[in-house]
Structures are given as structure tokens and as C-alpha cells.
Design a binder for this molecule. Structure first.
Ligand SMILES: [Zn+2]
Length: 208
């Protein structure tokens, strides 16, 4: 007998500024779009929830180096750089989670709230509340970047009690210090995140 578990796919911050040509580019960042699109397509067939998070910062953000933070300016709300990468397939059924809206650091998708949703009742709701309301138990996570927002989202997911799968083909690292991405993967594994292939993820989703 197949054990069915309500699931969600979370695409973390697949935005222009985090892709080649953007303000805070991740090498090959654009290449996460294709595996995530495959997860989204499988989600459509199996009723799995689709979520896309985005950094959505004001111009004067304490998150930025000019205002006391560490990062160069990126993902200014409504700017071209803050848009999802054009290769990522977002549709009206995708829950959009915006984070860092108040200018503060917000790495985890669980720090954000819903700003677009198939159901207007969800607008403004924290991501975890959306999952709780739908009995979600498993999360399939991909996106940018492995060593920051992906890591925080996946590890928060574990802390909140979800079974969390990280899809290895669907993530890329900033690697500010060489090896950061690999260290982040080890840290995630140690915290209980399961790192799996896209193929395995699609098999598991077929059982959702
Ligand atoms: Zn940011």
C-alpha cells in the first residue's frame, strides 16, 4: 500500500538578481529553473502545493551594506531584478511568498507571508499557516542559494516538523568562501534534511 502524504514544492528565490546578469548572481543560478519546473509539473498532476518564495526588499533595507547589513542591494520590490527568472514557470495556482519586505534579513521562506495565492483568503498569511491549514507533511525544496535561503528554509522546515527533501539538481550555492555550498549540504543533512535526486523526488511525488 502506498502511503500518501500531502506535500508542497518550494522554489526558493529563483529571481533575476540571483541569476547570472543579476545584482547578486549565483553561478548557474538560472539552471535550477528546469528541475523546479519538472517538480511543479508533477505537482500539478498530483495535487501537490506549489510555492515560490522571493526576496522583496525596500530600497532602504538594513539587510543592505549601505544601511548596516552585509549584502549589496538586490531584489528591490517591483524591480526587474526582483522578478522571478523568466525560465521559472509560475502560474496563478502558485503561492507566492514575499520576504524581507520590512528591510530586515529574511533568509527562510518561513519568514515570509503569502502575497499571491489561488485563494485570496491566504493573502498576508505566514507560509507555515498555509501548510498547517492544508495538512502538509512533506516539503520538496530547491532554489537559490544552497548556502543561505535554501538552507534556512529547509532547516526551518525540519524544525517545524516537516519531512524535508532537498533536490540536489535544483539548487546552486553562492560559495562566497569555497566549499560553503557543500558545508551547507552537510549541515542540512545533519539537521534531518534528506538530500535526494530529482528522479527520486518525482517518484515520491507520484505517491502524494
Ligand atoms: Zn535579500
Amino acid at each position: 500500500m502506498i502511503e500518501r502524504k500531502p506535500s508542497a514544492v518550494i522554489a526558493v528565490d529563483v529571481q533575476n538578481d540571483f541569476c547570472p546578469g543579476g545584482k547578486l548572481p549565483v553561478k548557474e543560478g538560472n539552471l535550477v529553473a528546469d528541475p523546479i519546473n519538472q517538480l511543479f509539473k508533477a505537482a500539478d498532476l498530483t495535487g501537490v502545493l506549489k510555492v515560490a518564495t522571493r526576496d522583496w526588499h525596500p530600497i532602504q533595507a538594513v539587510h543592505f551594506a549601505g544601511f548596516g547589513g552585509v549584502w549589496p542591494e538586490h531584489c528591490i520590490m517591483e524591480s526587474e531584478g526582483a522578478k522571478f527568472h523568466p525560465d521559472l514557470k509560475i502560474d496563478p495556482a502558485t503561492f507566492i511568498v514575499s520576504k524581507g519586505v520590512d528591510g530586515k534579513d529574511a533568509y527562510s521562506g518561513f519568514d515570509g507571508s503569502i502575497t499571491s495565492s489561488p485563494d485570496k483568503a491566504d493573502l498576508g498569511t505566514p507560509l507555515n499557516d498555509v501548510f498547517l491549514a492544508r495538512g502538509i507533511q512533506r516539503l520538496f525544496v530547491g532554489g537559490l542559494a544552497t548556502d543561505y535561503c535554501v538552507k534556512q528554509t529547509a532547516m526551518d522546515g525540519v524544525k517545524l516538523g516537516y519531512q524535508v527533501f532537498l533536490i540536489e539538481e535544483a539548487v546552486r550555492a553562492v560559495d562566497i568562501n569555497p566549499g560553503d555550498g557543500n558545508r551547507a549540504l552537510e549541515e542540512m543533512k545533519d539537521s534531518g534534511v534528506k538530500v535526494i535526486s530529482l528522479e527520486r523526488a518525482l517518484e515520491l511525488m507520484a505517491q502524494s
